[in-house]
Design a protein around this ligand. Sequence first.
Ligand code: UN1
Length: 494
Amino acid sequence: MTREYLNYINGEWVASKGNEYRENYNPATGELLGKATQSTADDVSYSVSMAKLAQREWRNVPAPKRGEILMKIGDLLKRDKERLAKILTEEMGKVIVEARGEVQEAIDMAYYMAGEGRRLVGQTTPSELPNKHAMSMRVPVGIVGIITPWNFPIAIASWKMFPALVSGNTVVWKPASDTPALATKFMKIIEEAGVPKGVVNLVHGSGSVVGEAIVDHPDVGVVSFTGSTEVGSELASKASKKLKKVSLEMGGKNAIIVMEDADIELALEGILWSAFGTSGQRCTACSRLIVHKSIKEKLTERLVAKAKELILGNGLNEKVQVGPVINENALKQIKKYVEIGKQEGATLLIGGEREHIDLLKDGYYFQPTIFTDVDPSMRIFKEEIFGPVLSIIEVNSLDEAIDINNNTVYGLSSSIYTADVNAAFRAMRDLQSGIVYINAGTIGAEIHLPFGGMKQTGNGHRDSGLAALDVCTEWKSVYVDYSGTLQRAQIDNN
Ligand code: UN1
């Protein structure tokens, strides 16, 4: 039976009047799962007006009470963790242990932000003048437009939505068009937790219609986006004409550096997990391996042997380590980059082909792929592939390794394996990335630390951690003069 996924606007499940639908498929089997209503600019406009109405009351609900509702969302996510993970694997393809891990991120984020309801800390500051009180406090921006990707459909939605809600905003959310089932289940949990109508509105869509309508709408105060650099920069340029705040989290070309004194076995595990976990479809995935010349041969040999042993297949099978990629287009794109790599003169060591798995021949599988002899002039070194493709680059020193790491337009996650504490600290300081790991791979960010990148990975904002509150709140400075006289700042106090 195929399912129908509807919009959720002002507390009601409704289809768009446009009467168009988009189908979603199980990437492991090719099976049709359901179809999602495709919204128009009018649906967005209606959602925004409902969110605006709801915000009048929501912003005045005491923050600890808003936090309690998030606590309840956390409890329900926990109750339904297994069901959510299964939907996630079926619809997006990541293996079930990773799916559980992703749902756990949303649970953690709910509890973390629930606690924030009892903090939302502001500042009191001395005034220049006597008998005058000064303070600054966070206030909600108003309506937050949230646009989320298919690769972490519930974690990233939670990173953006929970800070927005606890600080008194209402939300218009467009989930990725490949993951409407998970979005629907998540929305049902939000509804069950008692979030008042109009506070979170879900609007399905594909292509640019919904996203652009969200950015264009004058009542949407801030747009928080995770996705491709192409779409992000398009949204940002539209938003900048309206002087609207946008928070962007986009591409990565993340590297692991392995120095000569590293624990090789430890590094191997981290490389495999970071490069081929989620079939390389993480913003944080490792796609460049920068290795010291003295250990390159040994490391490469062991890596290829281990990559060959990875078990590909349907992620619902607990033994499977690498699932399919998201869809046919992704497969084509990855294959295209493999051809580019070969033409550029890189040496293909393993993989490079679509994987044919008996009984699952319709799934979108791609073999874990490793290139060596890669240099910074190549496109496979520079461009984000978003698939299980790793490029090996040889270096002679730590300085060179750091330079190569930084030789990219992106700056999300970097890692170094070394036993030398001096090298580790230097790397920590000099790697140009929003996230740096020492003796761990490039993936596995925790929700209570800021998540985001430097350079063209983003535009200076951060998801998750307390930094996420900066996206959806404004600082308001308040002066209370209790002197009973006119006190002229900068005049009467000099
Ligand atoms: C992403 O790929 O956009 O650090 C998010 C990690 C995960 C989140 C990844 N916790 O890899």
